[in-house]
Write a protein that binds this ligand. Structure first.
Ligand SMILES: [Mg+2]
Length: 401
């Protein structure tokens, strides 16, 4: 089997880093995001601690009262999930722009399978460097990346050099790479499991790898076999992009409720544009388009339509949303929020350009396909370069007429 290139990308102290990004006064200071410490009598836990706070021994999941005792002068902040999600969406979009085979593990980390992307992004290390640079330039935040031939090692590797780290485990070097690391670094080894390993005298991953598989299984059951396999550098699990469950949505809340149809339709155009761009970046199409509309007084309605063919062009998404909007009788009420959601996401059967690049087709063929890129793709690349100022004249005309 050809060696895979799997990256695990993990944002550094994500919530705390976002707080420091948004408020320069917090940079370089200990920041703890989580429950209210109430001067040491608070309940609840730490959600995230900046590296400055970690210097005081504060870490996530620690009781907030303990964190307060460790560093009463730290900045204790409540989480702003809306903001973290906003940045998370940006980060996931960056990942998708490198490979469609992306599996988010949480709000701030994901696996990326970049096997065969060499022609596009260079060596595995160069690919990781480009991803880190893109995250930094588009969000101002740092991420740590682990690169390996499988998920388990990539996940372990991303932890080794935090923050702003990059660790590569070269193909063929898996066992040597893992051997000196503590057993608790194994992905999936919880506290109890590690205690059992310790009682067996197994302290490092190398110890686990060299141990007798049968006796490990006898004591720990399936978990024993699993850990022994991982410790030996073997992990066949795929990076699973969850097409089926995944949905994209964009919405706008107006500062003041509006009854202006032209303004509402223009907003739908921007939403359709953003959404379809995200889909194309990810190499996805959708089958269902839903319009969400919230009226003054907070009554919320959705109108969905499933299309005959999967689409990802702006025109189809916009037309479907516009049709639903024009049919909807809001009885003269003004609109507070309008949005579009797309579901039933799937990978198109012929992902031409990206696919051709990924699987190293001859340059002439790739060039020919590139020549026939759709107007949408062209517009996407213009927007990459010039931002949202590039507007779609034909769509605008249609809306104002
Ligand atoms: Mg993280």
């Amino acid at each position: 089997m050809r060696n895979r290139t799997i990256l695990h990308v993990d944002m550094d102290a994500f919530y705390a880093a976002v707080e420091q990004l948004d408020n320069p006064a917090l940079r370089g200071a200990p920041v703890v995001v989580g429950a209210d410490p109430r001067k040491g009598s608070g309940r609840g836990v730490v959600s995230a601690a900046s590296y400055e706070a970690r210097a005081y021994g504060i870490h996530s999941a620690m009781p907030i009262s303990m964190a307060y005792k460790a560093c009463p002068s730290a900045h204790f902040l409540p989480p702003r999930f809306h903001r973290y999600h906003e940045i998370s969406t940006k980060i996931m979009d960056i990942f998708y722009s490198f490979t469609p085979v992306m599996e988010p593990l949480s709000i701030d980390e994901a696996f990326l399978d970049c096997t065969g992307c060499g022609k596009l992004w260079g060596s595995p290390r160069e690919t990781a460097e480009k991803i880190k640079a893109a995250i930094r330039s588009e969000t101002g935040l740092t991420a740590s990346v682990g690169v390996a031939t499988n998920k388990s090692i990539a996940k372990i590797a991303s932890e080794l050099d935090k923050p702003d780290g990059l660790t590569v485990c070269d193909p063929g070097n898996e066992r040597e790479f893992l051997a000196p690391l503590p057993a608790k670094a194994l992905w999936g080894a919880g506290k109890k499991t590690v205690e059992v390993l310790h009682t067996m005298g197994l302290r490092t991953i190398g110890d686990v790898a060299a141990s007798d598989r049968a006796s490990l299984e006898k004591i720990m059951g399936k978990m024993g076999t699993h850990l022994w396999t991982l410790a030996n550098g073997i992990d066949d699990r795929d990076v699973c992009p969850d097409w089926e469950r995944k949905s994209f949505s964009e919405e706008t809340t107006f500062e003041q409720d509006t009854g202006d149809d032209a303004r509402l339709e223009l907003t739908l155009m921007h939403l359709a544009d953003t959404l379809s761009r995200r889909m194309r970046k990810s190499g996805l199409t959708c089958k269902t388009v839903s319009l969400k509309i919230r009226l003054e007084g907070f009554l919320t309605f959705t109108r969905s339509r499933t299309l005959d063919e999967p689409v990802n062009d702006t025109r189809s998404i916009l037309d479907t949303a516009l049709e639903a909007f024009r049919k909807f009788d809001r009885e003269g009420k003004r609109v507070r929020l309008i949005g579009i959601a797309i579901t039933g996401l799937q990978e198109p059967e012929n992902r031409t350009e990206r696919q051709l690049d990924l699987f190293g087709c001859p340059q002439e063929v790739a060039d020919d396909v590139k020549k026939h890129r759709s107007a949408d793709t062209l517009l996407d690349s213009l927007k990459e370069r010039f931002g949202d100022k590039v507007t779609r004249a034909t769509l605008l005309k249609d809306i104002h007429s």
